[in-house]
Design a protein around this ligand. Sequence first.
Ligand code: ZN
Ligand code: ZN
Length: 441
Amino acid sequence: MAYIKVMLFYLIGLICGIITLAMAVDPTVGWMPPTLSGLVTFLFVYLAGPATSDPGYAPPRARQDEEEAAPATLPATEKTPLNSALSTNDSGRLIYQIPPIEKTANGYLLNPGTTSQLTLATDSEEIAQAVRERIDHYENGEWLEKAPLAPVLARYQAHCLEVDAYIKKHKKQFKETISSLIENSQDWEGANKTDQSYMMSEFTDKAMQSLPIRLSSDIAPLLRDVPDTKGLDEIFITNHGKEAHEIYIPYASHIEKIMQISDTDKLVIQHMKKLVNATLCLQGADIPQSVLLQQLSMTDLSELISDCNIHEKAKNKADAISLLEGAKGVMGKLVNILPLSELYYLIPPKGMEKKIRDLQMAWQYYEALAKLMKSTYSVARTNTFRLITAPEGEKLRWEVKSCDDCADCESLQLIYEHSPPQPPLHVGCQCLIFWHTAAEG
Ligand SMILES: [Zn+2]
Ligand SMILES: [Zn+2]
């Protein structure tokens, strides 16, 4: 009603103003003396004034970001119980905390009351709580990642029901696409392992793109078969410690490969030093000589052979390495060729040398699971915050910023005039919602 009143006053004021102006140009057309018309204009504008300063009318500012200062009071009505998840901190900032985990028939709901559900398939409240602590990094409205999620998921072989449903729906098509790309490739058969791994990452991108719900390619490990590694993470923790387990997993794809890390990568160096102490990593001259020699080109190897006074000729790289391995003075010369102090080499955990490939696959699966769960949790949190802070009883214009390249999400309209849109459309959906008041346009 306040809008209509204001608009009416302004409209009449405007008409009087136009008449005044018209009469000034040609006084003969007027039906009212100019001074009277001007007075009426003044009166209407004056009367409209108090209406615009009515607090009931003043449009609230868009409050969709916790970085902004909080309003003096929370959104007017308490219609939605979700408002109980809102509070203000000491510095007056509006804080949204997802309510605590909830037991359900199938496990524990990690994010009750949000726009999407993540259910951990477990009977253990302790495990669900441990996962929740790792997935929710918001403290006082700020994102603070204190500890990684994947190691906990790996340790308890955790499953998320909503992600399982995604896997069940897409795994067959993903695997069939990969198989057909390999079958139809003319280069696959003759390619060496390195080239095949490059080709595989290209095929993986294509297979992910072919799925009806599109998620990024780093989620692909979820769609591959995962070997059974039950209990191995517990043995790892017993032998090398919990901290080493958490540090080691993100580097799983580098096991038994040389890593060159410069001094400027302070965090990685810190990780490597801890892994060296936990007997999971070798540094510099401690790395097996054959592995170090593998880093050299055939030209360097040939030079090294002649420097070490070896008179036999090497036919190929493997031959050169076997001639040099254990030869006198090789290590002393390697120091001048390789940046030994920057080289690190992860070794398999104790007693797991034969299972290391299985563990790598399992850890890649849990890394992908952690990534998907974290992004789903975070987007649901943001969208829920925007829904519950939208002003009640006000005409709002809702906007969706939909996921890129996802046919499902692109089906959403961009603007909604009557009610808020309903993303997420699937697990991992990154569609974000925004609202604008009429005054903002
Ligand atoms: Zn989508
Ligand atoms: Zn989406």
